[in-house]
Design a protein around this ligand. Sequence first.
Ligand code: FAD
Length: 506
Amino acid sequence: MVVGAGPVGLAASIDLALRGVAVVLIDDADRIGEGSRGICWSKRTLEICDRLGVGEKLVAQGVTWKLGKVFHGDDLVFAFDLLPEDGHKMPAFINLQQFQVEKALVDRADELDLVDLRWKNRLIAVEPHNDHVRLTIDTPDGPYSLEADWLIAADGARSSTRDLLGLKFSGVTFEDKFLIADIRMAADFPTERRFWFDPPFHAGQSALMHRQPDNIWRIDLQLGPDADATEEQKPHRVTARLKRMLGDRPFELEWISVYRFNCRRLDRFLHGRVIFIGDAAHQVSPFGARGANSGIQDAENLAWKLAAVLKGEAVPALLGTYETERIQAADENIAHSTRSTDFIAPHSAAERVLRNAVLALAPRAEFARRMINSGRLSMATVYDSALLTPDESPFGGSARLGAPLPDCRVRNVDGSETYVLENIGDGFTVLTFKNGAAAQPAPEGVCRLRIGDDLIDPEGLLARRLDATPGAAYLLRPDHHLCARWRTFDRGKIAAARDRALGKVQ
Ligand SMILES: Cc1cc2nc3c(=O)[nH]c(=O)nc-3n(C[C@H](O)[C@H](O)[C@H](O)COP(=O)(O)OP(=O)(O)OC[C@H]3O[C@@H](n4cnc5c(N)ncnc54)[C@H](O)[C@@H]3O)c2cc1C
């Protein structure tokens, strides 16, 4: 049972269904979310969405970008490229309104018989038991009860499940308020993330601009702690602020909101048979686009583990590693997001002096450029986890133990182009590099993908990314995170590493 059909609950339900688990997914609304929330979807999220069957659709709908520029006043002080490497199927980022992502996920869920999506179903009571959870759900036709083996709480930042269980977030709420405006405007600004500290059009504050599809632009303006949220949302006031930024260019207001941001999380994500994911488990400020992106990564971490437990392939203790791995990710996201928000909206006069000194030095000093923080953008977490088998010998390249396998353009044996991640399924996979020796079979329950036989790496790009030598073997978990690697193929070691990744070996 999943409560909450936001991006995270939808991703979890689809992933579970694709792994053969029947899911009831409820949402108290009568339709997908509305208004302006997430727009930036990271490469890792798109790779997950691709496995779930919607990645290409999202990329086709969205605006692809990878460059960011940071200005101080009118001066460019810092620029970055989030994906300088070539040969990945998914771009560094796309911008697409959250409701369009939710629509694609709802359409995908509707295609799957194992997802029973029920709108206008509101969770109103939760009774946890040792081996099930009893739920009461209110509907326009009256309430009903349901027993679930497991409850995934994906009911967002104001999670009813959290309240019903009496659980609390710990963390901080930032005082500064931010105006978020989506406007329709025909403009030829480049497709890149643009961030200003103290711009001439919004003195003393910060501003952020992102292109979205269909001539929609997202503009965030920092308003300070004392701003009156009701007053600041009045269209004439917003229009005046935007005209100072955009000059005489015509635009229409699509959506206006004023937010204050939080960085906080639950102490534990696992409460018996109730498991928290997404904003119900943790919240961050949007600088870095880490909210929905990390929530979808929670969903993928949980889905394969819960499916393995339900099928009897793993013991329930495996779910404890959902908590440790995703708390590691949440803490990383909260730390990045807090540092960005502190840099953008300093708490004290001393912090502001330091921030301004960094910005003033940045055009001349590399160390100062590195200290500028307008939001470090969402990256997949490299798990430091008991499920990994430590390396026996050193490996270089960009692949890291505990991280998702880096994608790479390769070829099918017929010469057609493909990407390595497209060829990896939903189970454990061992990726091996041909070395002339006869291929040994993989252990039972592990798929084998042979580079040199099943796929060709004509430019040696994949080999360089994985620092592969002939005969090297890489074991991938069902979420495509690299959990073990060796210079030579050893069936016994692969089976032991797979068992360890299923939580069978302590
Ligand atoms: C201005 C802004 C910009 C942002 N930008 C980004 C960005 O660029 N990238 C990014 O990754 N994130 C961004 N975020 C964060 C992102 O919007 C959230 O992290 C994301 O919505 C979390 O998804 P979720 O599925 O966990 O929760 P939600 O999207 O909140 O979904 C929860 C669902 O649960 C349902 N629900 C609640 N209570 C009940 C109940 N009792 N019974 C049944 N259903 C219930 C709700 O109706 C809702 O549909 C941004 C947020 C804001 C505010």
